[in-house]
Design a protein around this ligand. Structure first.
Ligand SMILES: NC(=O)c1ccc[n+]([C@@H]2O[C@H](COP(=O)([O-])OP(=O)(O)OC[C@H]3O[C@@H](n4cnc5c(N)ncnc54)[C@H](OP(=O)(O)O)[C@@H]3O)[C@@H](O)[C@H]2O)c1
Length: 244
């Protein structure tokens, strides 16, 4: 039997690195990692991993990268994790009010959170042929739930995760017909101690701020548990379904 491979896109993410550590076997020979920044992957544990260094997440880069990955390699991929996400940059923080909303922030946030995973899905989907199944996890967030929006604010980040959820739901309907072996999971990790949440951690109770190690473990158990059923699962770190 050929060895199962796991593909992690956006591998520099704090949660992605914790996932990679848990998934790696034989110095990570089962891992295909995609990132713009591999500075955290010097350890021996990843010496056999395939590290695909990209300069950006343009459609051209994503399409070329998928072309360069051979079919025989992608056919062994049984789990995909898309970890990309953007909440703030040196130039902006999430909007507190309409007055903070800008086209630039909206476009950058939509690009990273909604468009980037959808482009990967588009270019990968016909190549993910692992049997009996391939499970694809895309990092969403509870904040993308429209019915759960009690607090307001964070316009661009909320909208980008809602848009992502809608596109994944639409893709699940299509894949139910065209690629029955693919299972899509939109995952909310909970507030996790990474660069993304760092500016907002002061307001979070200690027991509500998770380590990347904890979240990675929870996610691996969720991936094991979920069967291929033609549906998009939108779940949190406890595997509880989130209302749309
Ligand atoms: N941390 C939390 O509290 C929390 C809560 C809810 C949801 N999430 C979601 O969980 C996922 C992982 O988050 P994290 O906390 O591990 O994040 P992180 O450590 O800040 O990592 C950022 C990730 O986003 C990618 N990225 C950054 N800028 C990008 C851009 N302009 N275009 C495309 N990709 C870009 C990076 O890719 P490279 O590897 O190429 O650098 C990396 O994968 C995200 O989707 C996030 O929204 C996190």
């Amino acid at each position: 039997m050929t060895q199962e491979k796991h593909l992690i896109i956006g591998a520099s993410s704090g949660i992605a690195k914790a996932l990679a550590k848990k998934l790696a076997t034989n110095q990570g020979e089962n891992l295909l990692l995609v990132s713009r920044d591999f500075s955290q992957y010097d350890d021996e544990q990843f010496s056999n991993s395939m590290k695909i260094s990209i300069s950006d997440y343009s459609e051209q880069t994503i399409s070329l990268t998928c072309e360069q990955l051979t079919s025989s390699l992608l056919e062994q991929v049984t789990q995909v994790y898309m970890c990309n996400g953007l909440l703030h940059t040196p130039a902006f923080l999430p909007e507190k009010q309409l007055a903070n909303f800008s086209a630039n922030q909206f476009c950058q946030t939509m690009f990273a959170n909604a468009l980037t995973p959808m482009l990967w899905l588009t270019h990968l989907v016909t190549k993910l042929k692992a049997k009996p199944f391939c499970k694809v996890v895309v990092f969403s967030a509870r904040i993308g739930s429209i019915s759960d929006n009690q607090l307001g604010g964070w316009y661009s980040y909320r909208a980008s995760k809602s848009a992502l959820n809608m596109m994944l739901k639409t893709a699940a309907i299509e894949l139910k017909r065209t690629a029955k072996h693919i299972k899509l999971i939109a995952f909310h990790p909970g507030t996790t101690d990474t660069a993304l949440s760092r500016p907002f951690q002061k307001r979070v109770a200690q027991d509500k701020l998770f380590t990347t190690d904890f979240v990675a473990q929870q996610l691996l158990e969720i991936v094991k548990r979920h069967q291929v059923d033609g549906e998009l699962s939108y779940v949190d770190w406890q595997d509880k379904a989130i209302a749309w």
